[in-house]
Design a protein around this ligand. Structure first.
Ligand SMILES: [Zn+2]
Length: 104
């Protein structure tokens, strides 16, 4: 749908102008930045699932960290709480540990 894409592009420019004027920061103007994001995603200008790639890198680093870090309470083995998480739980005593710091 080429027409649809052209329409989206026009909308994006229009919304971009409005944001340039700071309208999205005014009361009731939140939809402007939301709509902008939605259209930009529809056009493939910003990736929809950035977190998915991120969690893979986290999992790999976490796999290293749990290997070298025993539980500080009972020396038990740590396991990542869930995929993409920076926290690990001791399999023995259940204590939670933050093993990674979120990169800025
Ligand atoms: Zn423990």
């Amino acid at each position: 749908m080429e027409d649809n894409k052209a329409f989206h592009h026009r909308q994006l420019v229009k919304l971009g102008d409005m944001m340039g004027d700071g309208l999205h920061l005014e009361p009731g103007g939140k939809w402007i930045s939301q709509e902008y994001k939605k259209i930009a995603q529809a056009l493939g200008l910003i990736p929809k699932r950035k977190r998915a790639n991120n969690s893979k890198a986290i999992n790999e680093r976490m796999a290293e960290r749990v290997k070298e870090t025993p539980c500080t309470f009972c020396k038990g083995e740590l396991k990542q709480t869930r995929s993409g998480s920076m926290r690990a739980r001791c399999v023995e005593c259940g204590k939670l540990f933050g093993l990674l710091k979120r990169a800025k």
